[in-house]
Design a protein around this ligand. Structure first.
Ligand code: SF4
Ligand code: SF4
Length: 472
């Protein structure tokens, strides 16, 4: 039986409820009256239920779809303005005991190079990432209790936070590792991680078990209840996501929103972020063998509908997506992107030799961070390297309060401008610096609170004089 508060995976992600939702959405996809009512509710910016959102996703009335996209753009603008937060992934190890059929790190893949970074390797990589200008990392590792035990992950986090090279520092480490115990989540929390990210891959249990034939990840229940354990371990910023292409996108979308509703109902705080990866080419993986792979148009609609359904949740798109595809979804709801990414184990300090390919997926957007930053600014966005909330203790419900009170503009905007100024001073090419200086001069006038604006202006001058790490 469906129960969003239940601690049991099969009850908060309830298969029958998803099927009924999909039938309801299909039956109402031309129901203009109902769609208008849902849009009216969505305009209150308090989100939608999975049933309501599923109707919008299915809607195929062109004029209503225009309204859906316009509303997504408006909500994005209200909550996130034109800021885009930047991060980079750092793969620590690709040893993995699982058998996920869509991932080249699966245990049976014998031709991929297996690598695990030592703490010395990590240091070199982090220095290279700092020299690019990154302040926020997402660390990734396969599941392997022998090669990648929790102690290795904790030691690596400590190493990363400990490296201060020139003006650089990694100020927020998000962690994407396999589902684990409450005790291990507590250790990660105590190590000072930002967001704990774990993709569900697919919410469809039957497909899940087929796609994860071997290894601990085969256990759907354990995997699906991981975020509950993370919250019990004290981590209140969690990141959800599915890998679109593994089951039908309608099923995944509904399951994803039910998961968000569950976290809100059971813990009083919804997901901090939602990622929207789609299956893409990689060693041993051909996306055309996945019959549920989604088109660019559906991908765009998914992003818009997630934006409307969970306005307070940040949305992430990676370099799996091409420049063109990223450009399309940025305006509809994406608030964080990776830039200058390597998806191999190592590869930032020195390029990986071709015969040693250890990448998890092929990167579509291969531009450098400097090019991505300039491109964003030329499109009218403000790139941000802000990590302030987590460092000010504004996580979980305290972060949500910031969003809901719309104070985000007096916080995120000045923080974005100050961290961008740091980037321009320390890492940008002359061309990027010029574009950035013009953007900061314009954007600073948009800070609503006069006192905050004045302090921000003073701090920008101090940054030019080599002071660092201011935040609101
Ligand atoms: S998706 Fe994760 S768990 Fe599965 S094979 Fe890849 S690295 Fe291992
Ligand atoms: S102030 Fe907080 S919410 Fe805003 S960009 Fe910085 S970390 Fe994110």
């Amino acid at each position: 039986m469906y129960d969003k508060k239940s601690p049991k995976a099969e009850e908060f992600i309830n298969h029958e409820e998803i099927l009924e939702t999909l039938d309801y959405a299909a039956a109402n996809k031309h129901n203009a009256v109902l769609i208008d009512e849902i849009l009216e509710k969505a305009r209150l910016r308090k989100g939608l239920s999975h049933r309501e959102a599923a109707v919008l996703l299915d809607c195929d009335l062109p004029d209503k779809n225009e309204e859906i996209f316009a509303l997504a753009r408006q909500i994005k603008d209200d909550f996130y303005g034109n800021r885009i937060v930047l991060f980079a992934p750092l793969y620590l190890s690709n040893y993995c005991v699982n058998g996920c059929v869509y991932c080249p790190y699966h245990a049976k893949n014998k031709h991929i190079a297996r690598k695990k970074m030592t703490q010395e390797d990590i240091k070199k990589e982090v220095i290279a990432l700092q020299d690019m200008g990154h302040k926020r990392l997402a660390i990734e590792a396969g599941e392997d209790p022998v090669n990648n035990p929790i102690e290795y992950i904790l030691e690596s986090i400590k190493t990363i936070y400990g490296i201060k090279h020139k003006n650089g520092a990694i100020r927020r480490v998000n962690v994407n590792i396999a589902a684990t115990t409450v005790e291990n989540y507590r250790k990660l929390h105590e190590a000072g991680i930002g967001t704990y990210i774990l993709f569900q891959e697919t919410y469809n249990k039957e497909n899940y078990e087929i796609l994860h034939p071997t290894g601990p990840k085969h256990n759907y229940t354990y995997h699906t209840e991981a975020m509950d354990r993370a919250m019990q371990g004290g981590i209140d910023d969690v990141g959800l996501g599915v890998l679109y292409g593994l089951s039908t996108y309608r099923y995944e979308f509904t399951g994803l929103l039910m998961h968000a509703e569950h976290l809100e109902a059971a813990f009083g705080v919804g997901p901090h972020t939602i990622s929207v990866p789609r299956i893409c080419p990689a060693d041993d993986i051909d996306p055309s063998t996945f019959s549920n792979a989604i088109s660019d148009d559906i991908f765009t609609k998914l992003v818009a509908c997630i934006r409307i359904a969970v306005p307070y949740t940040g949305m992430i798109v990676s370099t799996r997506e091409s420049q063109k595809s990223r450009e399309r979804v940025l305006q509809l709801g994406i608030s964080q992107i990776s830039g200058g990414s390597k998806t191999s184990v190592g590869g930032y300090a020195e390029p990986e030799p071709e015969e040693e390919n250890s990448a998890q997926f092929d990167v579509s957007d291969r531009r450098s961070l400097d090019e991505v930053v300039r491109w964003l600014m030329q499109l009218g966005y403000t790139p941000s390297f802000c990590t302030a909330c987590y460092r000010e203790g504004r996580t979980g419900d305290r972060f949500m309060a910031l969003c809901k009170n719309m104070q985000i503009h007096n916080c995120c905007l000045p923080n974005a401008l100050m961290t961008l100024q740091e980037y321009l001073e320390d890492y940008a090419s002359p061309e990027t610096k010029e574009v950035g200086a013009r953007l900061i001069a314009k954007e600073i006038e948009q800070i609503p609170n006069e006192k905050v604006k004045k302090i921000c202006k003073e701090r920008l001058e101090l940054i030019k004089q080599n002071q660092r790490d201011f935040r609101f």
